[in-house]
Design a protein around this ligand. Structure first.
Ligand SMILES: [Zn+2]
Length: 319
C-alpha cells in the first residue's frame, strides 16, 4: 500500500526548496524553486498531452526526475493549474484546456505519489503571486494581474494576500460583460471582455473583416500575432480590429481598477508581447476612465516563469 501523506510536513528552517508544477494549455512545466531568493533552480517543460491521465503521468515523471537531482529535499509541491480549482487548493473543478480533470483530487494524488504536501491554485492566481513576490508587482501591496492570450484571466492580490472569493472564482475578468448581445464567448454568454479582446477573438474578428471585404488572403492562418504585426505595419483592416480590441481591454481594466484600486496592473500572456502596440492604447483608454490617477499599467517581468514561482509561494503560505 502506498504511503499516504495526509499531514503537512514541518518546514526545516534551513530548507526553502519547493517543487513547482504548471499544468498549462500548451505545455507542462516542473521546476525547483529556492523560495529564499525567488529563484528557479531547474525546470523541465514538455508539450501538454491530450487528456488528464497522460498529463498526470507525464508531470509525475518530470517531478520525480527533478526530485532525484542534486538540489536537495523539497519541502512541498505548489501547483499552477489552467482551470478552475476549489478554494481549499486540493481539488480541480475543471480544466480550461484538457478533458478528464473534472472533480479530480489533484493535491491528494500528488501527495500519494511524491510524498510531499501539495497545494493547487488557478494559473492566473499563481502568476499573480509570482509577479507580486518576485516580478513587476513587488513595489505595491495591491496588484491586479492580467493574462491576455487565447483567453483573458486575472489574479488579484489585496493587501498582500491572494483574493480568491467565496468559491475560488474571483478574478474572472474575461467574463466581465461589456457589450450586451455582443460576440459569443466560450463561456456561452455574449459580449464578455474575452469575446472582444482575447487573442482568439482578435483573430476571429480579423477573419470576419477579411471575409466581408472579399479578401483573397489566407484566412485560416490569421492569428492575433499576425493581426498585431499587420496593425504595426499600418494595414487599415488590422488597425481597426486591433484598436477596437485594445479599447475594450482598456475599458475592462479600468472597470476592474475602479472596483479594486490596485497600485499596479501587470499584464502578461502572449498578447502582452506586442509591447507598446498593446500598452499605449490601453493606457490611454484607462486614463480616461480610472478614478485613481496613480494607477500604473506595466508588462509582466517574469514571462513564462511566473506560474512556477507563484505556485511555490502556495507552499510557503500553507506551511
Ligand atoms: Zn464569457
Amino acid at each position: 500500500m502506498p504511503f499516504l501523506m495526509t499531514e503537512k510536513r514541518p518546514l526545516p528552517l534551513s530548507n526553502n526548496l519547493v517543487l513547482s508544477l504548471d499544468f498549462g494549455g500548451t505545455k507542462l512545466a516542473a521546476g525547483l524553486v529556492d523560495l529564499e531568493h525567488g529563484k528557479l533552480l531547474a525546470a523541465r517543460r514538455i508539450p501538454t498531452p491530450p487528456d488528464a491521465a497522460r498529463c498526470l503521468a507525464a508531470m509525475l515523471e518530470l517531478a520525480q526526475g527533478l526530485l532525484a537531482g542534486e538540489h536537495g529535499q523539497a519541502v512541498g509541491a505548489g501547483v499552477s493549474f489552467g482551470g478552475l480549482v476549489e478554494k481549499d487548493g486540493r481539488t480541480v473543478v475543471r480544466s480550461h484546456h484538457v478533458s478528464g480533470w473534472d472533480g479530480f483530487p489533484l493535491a491528494a494524488r500528488l501527495e500519494t505519489e511524491l510524498h510531499l504536501p501539495a497545494r493547487v491554485a488557478n494559473d492566473a492566481d499563481t502568476a499573480a503571486l509570482g509577479e507580486y513576490h518576485f516580478g513587476a508587482g513587488q513595489i505595491v501591496r495591491n496588484l491586479l494581474y492580467l493574462t491576455v492570450s487565447t483567453g483573458i484571466g486575472a489574479g488579484i492580490i489585496q493587501d498582500g494576500a491572494l483574493c480568491q472569493g467565496e468559491n475560488g472564482q474571483a478574478g474572472e475578468i474575461g467574463h466581465m460583460l461589456l457589450l450586451p448581445d455582443g460576440p459569443l464567448c466560450p463561456c456561452g454568454r455574449r459580449g464578455c471582455l474575452e469575446a472582444l479582446a482575447s487573442g482568439r477573438s482578435i483573430a476571429r474578428q480579423m477573419r470576419q473583416k477579411l471575409a466581408e471585404n472579399g479578401s483573397l488572403e489566407v484566412i485560416e492562418n490569421i492569428t492575433a500575432q499576425s493581426v498585431a504585426e499587420a496593425a504595426a505595419a499600418g494595414n487599415p483592416l488590422a488597425c481597426s480590429v486591433w484598436d477596437a480590441a485594445m479599447r475594450w481591454l482598456g475599458i475592462g481594466i479600468a472597470n476592474a481598477a475602479n472596483l479594486l484600486n490596485p497600485g499596479r496592473v501587470v499584464v502578461g500572456g502572449g498578447l502582452s508581447r506586442a509591447g507598446a502596440l498593446l500598452f499605449e492604447p490601453v493606457q490611454r483608454v484607462v486614463a480616461q476612465i480610472v478614478l485613481d490617477p496613480t494607477l500604473q499599467i506595466t508588462p509582466a517581468a517574469l514571462d513564462d516563469d511566473s506560474p512556477l514561482l507563484g505556485a511555490a509561494m502556495l507552499v510557503k503560505a500553507a506551511l
